[in-house]
Ligand binder design. Structure first.
Ligand code: KG4
Ligand code: ZN
Length: 355
């Protein structure tokens, strides 16, 4: 059974056009073209614009990833092509899938269909070119508990082995990143809000009391719409324009309550499922307060908490897709009928039997 794979991976799930070359779980290159500047003036991702930008950026991203790999020269040199098929924005996914299909047929390479959230989960398994990363000297010890927090998803997932996942909880309404983005908008901070809030929060004091969402609920699900509404009502009562002092203190208060809400459920899941390792994945883990709070809880339970070796692996990128695809390749999980492969915008954990 072949276990060594050089993979060209593609991700166009939202507003990042990314291509990467991986060798097993080593990242040889990870080219990311952000479209943020184009969507900013609309205050959020515009699907048709994302599609058009992916069309323009995908080939340059692939060429950059090949050149930066310093290992393969052309698509003909890789063992397989991998692409995100969902979840994500349908018109955006479509572009990456079409490109991957075309390359797979043209160069006669097997195709691997990857779940975007699964790739966020395995992003901690990635090693750099020299073989360094959180799992370089640590074996995977199952069950592994993962908290995945991105712009579109908030999930707690139990991993019992490669490809074996149980979704323990998810958001019932907004995703954590979405809540950051919406509250940033309410504070007139622009888009994308998560990173702006977290920058401001560093200088602020969390003086404002906001309700911690789902604190009473026994389930492992999340909900952020109540907190969002509480923020809206609170801000409506404030004098505009908001003072700088007010904005940074409110940002710190909001960030703290978000971190609390996420870590509260993480703690509950640790106590219920007794994992041996904990992983964080997704763009929102760029938030230092969240990582600190999660680390505290992991330490209290005597557990290692692992995050990807580079910030480029937190937000959307194709290197994590390549790493995920390597695990799939090793178990022979290739696309059987390329012509019939379609985007799956609502793909979840456990409903991918059509791949
Ligand atoms: O994983 P990701 O790049 O894309 C999706 O798959 O959705 O996550 C993007 C999300 C955005 O909502 C963004 O505001 C949020 O991650 N984000 C942050 C930070 N940096 C990015 N949220 C909180 N704090 C940050 N530092
Ligand atoms: Zn993502």
């Amino acid at each position: 059974m072949k276990t060594r794979y050089t993979i060209l991976a593609i991700d166009t799930s939202c507003d990042e056009t990314s291509a990467a070359v991986t060798l097993n779980n080593r990242v040889l290159s990870n080219a990311i073209s952000s479209q943020v500047e184009f969507h900013r003036e609309y205050g959020g991702v515009v699907p048709f614009l994302a599609k058009r930008m992916h069309e323009q950026l995908i080939t340059p991203a692939i060429l950059t990833s090949l050149a930066q790999s310093r290992f393969v020269k052309s698509v003909g040199d890789v063992d397989a092509i991998a692409v995100t098929v969902g979840p994500g924005l349908a018109p955006a996914l479509e572009i990456g899938i079409a490109k991957a299909k075309q390359l797979s047929l043209e160069f006669q390479k097997p195709l691997i269909a990857v779940n975007h959230m699964e790739s966020h989960l395995v992003s901690s398994f990635a090693l750099n070119r020299n073989g360094n990363g959180p799992f370089a000297n640590t074996p995977l010890l199952f069950p592994i508990l993962a908290l995945l927090v991105s712009g579109g998803h908030t999930q707690l997932v139990l991993m019992n082995g490669p490809g074996q996942y149980i979704l323990l909880g998810e958001t019932l309404d907004d995703a954590a990143g979405e809540a950051f983005d919406k509250v940033a908008k309410m504070l007139d901070l622009g888009y994308p809000g998560g990173s702006i809030i977290s920058e401001l929060a560093k200088k602020g004091q969390p003086n404002y009391r906001l309700p911690v969402p789902m604190v009473q609920s026994g389930s492992l699900n999340f909900s952020f719409s109540g907190l969002k509404t509480a923020c809206l009502y609170f801000l409506q009562k404030q004098k505009r324009p908001f003072s700088r002092r007010f904005t940074i203190d409110f940002a710190a208060s909001f960030e703290r309550v978000m971190a609390k809400a996420l870590v509260l459920k993480l703690t509950k899941a640790i106590e219920q499922y007794h994992p041996r390792q904990i992983l964080l994945g997704g763009g929102v883990i760029s938030n230092l307060t969240l990582r600190k709070e999660a680390r505290k809880i992991a330490k209290r339970h005597g557990l290692p908490l692992l995050v990807p070796y580079s910030k480029r692996l937190f937000t959307d990128n194709a290197a994590m897709v390549g790493v995920c695809a390597w695990y799939q390749a090793k178990r022979g999980d290739f696309v059987k009928d390329i012509a019939r492969l379609e985007r799956q915008p609502n793909l979840g954990f456990g409903n991918d039997e059509n791949l």
